[in-house]
Design a protein around this ligand. Structure first.
Ligand code: GRF
Length: 219
């Protein structure tokens, strides 16, 4: 991650495909404090996140796949646009396209994603449906780094939060239960990164250490 002064807000770029409620949570919490959302991009013009960004005075851009020869070319264009805005951390807030090496190699250890399951359970699409079909009793959300490792939702876990739902059958109801968790956890993770509290464990780089959190104690 690029170095910056301790009192400088972390410059964030957000990628989104949907309604943008997670973007909104960032705009209403860390934005203007520890961090600044400086650029929001979507893969389709209908993404509600774009209007939320514009309302907050944040620059937006759309990168439809049809405008590029392939995904790699589209991803390189998104990366160049974000770098042009001096983005230090990329947040995937409901971005539904997979990112390729031409993007991820430009932001090493500087891309985070919010996923609606307790990873490593139920990666990929339809995570909530997968969890309901499996019959789990505890649902949850994960904020994790996205690495250029060829995997889907496989990067190191930064933060997780869970909720018990005993008899879940309705994906929409579970999603509604998870939304408040997402809207709290994503800003918390971004705040920790902005404060420099997040690092790799030298003994096992797949583990993320959070400074200030207890060692081997709950919480
Ligand atoms: C979130 O539930 C996120 O976990 C998933 O997509 C959803 C995006 O919601 N990957 P929003 O666009 O932030 O409202």
């Amino acid at each position: 991650m690029a170095s910056r002064g301790a009192d400088q807000p972390l410059r964030i770029g957000v990628l989104a495909s949907g309604a943008g409620t997670n973007l909104q949570a960032l705009l209403e919490s860390v934005h203007g404090n520890e961090a600044l959302v400086v650029a929001v991009a979507a893969d389709k013009p209908t993404a509600g996140a774009l209007a939320r960004a514009r309302d907050a005075g944040v620059e937006t851009a759309v990168f439809p796949i049809g405008d590029y020869p392939d995904r790699a070319a589209r991803d390189a264009a998104i990366a160049a646009w974000l770098i042009g805005h001096d983005v230090e951390l990329v947040v995937l807030a409901g971005y539904m396209a997979l990112l390729t090496s031409p993007f991820l190699s430009r932001f090493p250890d500087a891309v985070v994603n919010i996923h609606p399951s307790l990873l490593p359970a139920f990666p990929g699409v339809r995570a909530i449906e997968q969890a309901i079909d499996y019959g789990v009793k505890v649902f949850g959300v994960t904020v994790h780094f996205v690495l250029d490792d060829g995997g889907i939702d496989t990067g190191p876990v930064i933060a997780q939060r869970a909720v018990e739902i005993a008899n879940a059958t309705d994906p929409d109801a579970v999603h509604e239960a998870l939304r408040p968790l997402e809207h709290a956890l994503l800003p918390e993770a971004v705040r920790l990164i902005a404060r420099g509290a997040v690092s790799r464990d030298p003994d096992n780089p797949r583990r993320i250490r959070v400074a200030g959190a207890g060692d081997d104690t709950p919480g």
